[in-house]
Design a protein around this ligand. Structure first.
Ligand code: SAH
Length: 265
């Protein structure tokens, strides 16, 4: 199971017990517990980088190559390029990381704010020329935006299905009239499929896309955090319950898709 599932190859460890970690999500991130931010800062400073190791109770260890977080427009998956092409008005890049998407938009003359809870990522974004980068948790952000981007399975930060209604109520405040949220996610049901094509979901889980991860980079170990992968039909159903429309505007090569979410008038 790849944290970043584009073209991903499945490596599921069924033997491992699935024990989901709850409530460990940290909003004020300590830079000593910021593995991804440390990796981003090291890469930007030209230091030797290792890999970002990703652990989940259900899966074998996985990794995120640091350079993928610095991808240029040409290197981005089609669904991300599409999201950038569809961006209009005042934009917000949520969980902006190295600022790869923000920088493309800035070059096109789009007014864009980048937020991330990782202090080291925000510092690096500023050094890379992001004009408006803020260390800010999405869930306490104020402001009005015409386009909100949540990319690289960005809607994952919602964490659990239970938090979706609060997420939509927060969108009510953040989206300007006629505004859009562009986010990508994946249907990870393929992870639970056996050789004969039968799908058996972990019983403990209310919804199979609710996962828990922990990351490590060199000696820096992060807190465990909840991360949601949601299939398009479930997202549409939850959005409709909360007064929003979902339009799948692009599909990727590995069960991933780009959704355009707008408020029902
Ligand atoms: N969008 C970037 C990075 C994706 S990784 C890219 O596509 O390369 C997810 C990012 O979200 C991380 O940098 C993490 O620090 C950030 N993040 C996680 N929870 C967040 C929250 N509640 N508010 C803002 N950023 C968050």
């Amino acid at each position: 199971m790849h944290f970043y599932p584009h073209n991903g190859k499945l490596r599921l460890n069924c033997a491992e017990e699935y024990s989901r970690t709850k409530g460990l999500k940290k909003y004020e991130m300590d830079s000593k517990k910021d593995p991804m931010g440390r990796a981003i800062a090291d890469y930007h400073q030209g230091k030797e980088t290792g890999k970002i190791r990703v652990f989940s109770p259900m899966f074998d260890e996985d990794e995120i190559p640091v350079e993928t977080l610095f991808r240029k427009y040409e290197e981005m998956p089609e669904i991300e390029r599409k999201a950038l092409d569809m961006t209009r008005g005042k934009a917000l890049d949520v969980g902006a990381g190295s600022g790869c998407h923000t920088l493309v938009l800035q070059q096109k003359g789009v007014e864009v704010t980048a937020i991330d809870i990782s202090p080291l990522s925000v510092e690096t974004m500023k050094q890379r020329g992001v004009k408006d980068a803020k260390e800010q948790d999405f869930f306490t952000l104020k402001g009005k935006y015409d386009t909100i981007l949540m990319l690289m399975n960005g809607i994952g930060i919602v964490g659990t299905m239970e938090r979706l209604p609060d997420f939509f109520r927060h969108l009510d405040n953040l989206l300007a009239p006629g505004g859009q949220l562009l986010c990508d996610s994946s249907d990870i049901s393929y992870v639970f499929e056996d050789e004969e094509g039968f799908i058996e979901y972990p019983e403990e889980s209310a919804y199979y896309g609710e996962l828990s991860f922990r990351m490590q980079y060199k000696e820096t170990v992060g807190e465990a955090f909840d991360w949601l992968y949601i299939d398009a039909d479930t997202l549409r159903q939850k959005a409709e319950e909360n007064g929003y429309n979902v339009e799948v505007v692009a599909e990727g090569e590995h069960y991933d898709y780009l959704a355009r979410i707008t408020k029902v008038r």
